[in-house]
Design a protein around this ligand. Sequence first.
Ligand code: RTP
Ligand code: MG
Length: 148
Amino acid sequence: MERTFLMVKPDGVQRNLIGDIVSRFESKGYQLVGGKLMQISQELAEQHYGEHKERPFFGELVDFITSGPVFAMVWEGENVISTARLMMGATNPKESAPGTIRGDFAVTVGKNIIHGSDSPESAVREIGLFFKEEELVSYGKTINNWIN
Ligand code: RTP
Ligand code: MG
């Protein structure tokens, strides 16, 4: 079953949006298989956002993601990587549709509430950066029979 890495960023944690965000993915029909509140180190932030290290906003991005606790999660389900990105909305909240997480809660690109893996390769890499195998719990639920 497909898995993705999602993370409520420091702005989302400070604004008490963890519950709403978790609820959206639960209601959709995805399953939470790992989750923790944590403070990201400078080193982990630079690894996580390594693809952006030459971009002008890299310093700000690392400062922001390390500025307070984040809620890191792994979610499982059919097509969860790309569907979670749709549920998050466009990177820039000026373009993200109402009904999406960024469309409903964010105003500027630098504080856009949530991160989600953008491909199967990113998902594997990011899950490995943030979670140990034993922190992930796969389990059956009879309700899935009504969804898949
Ligand atoms: P994320 O990685 O955080 O899930 O966001 P994303 O895939 O939608 O966007 P990405 O291109 O990976 O950019 C990572 C984060 O960098 C910040 N950003 N700032 N100032 C700017 O022009 C700018 N562009 C991107 C955003 O916070 C974005 O989420
Ligand atoms: Mg990205």
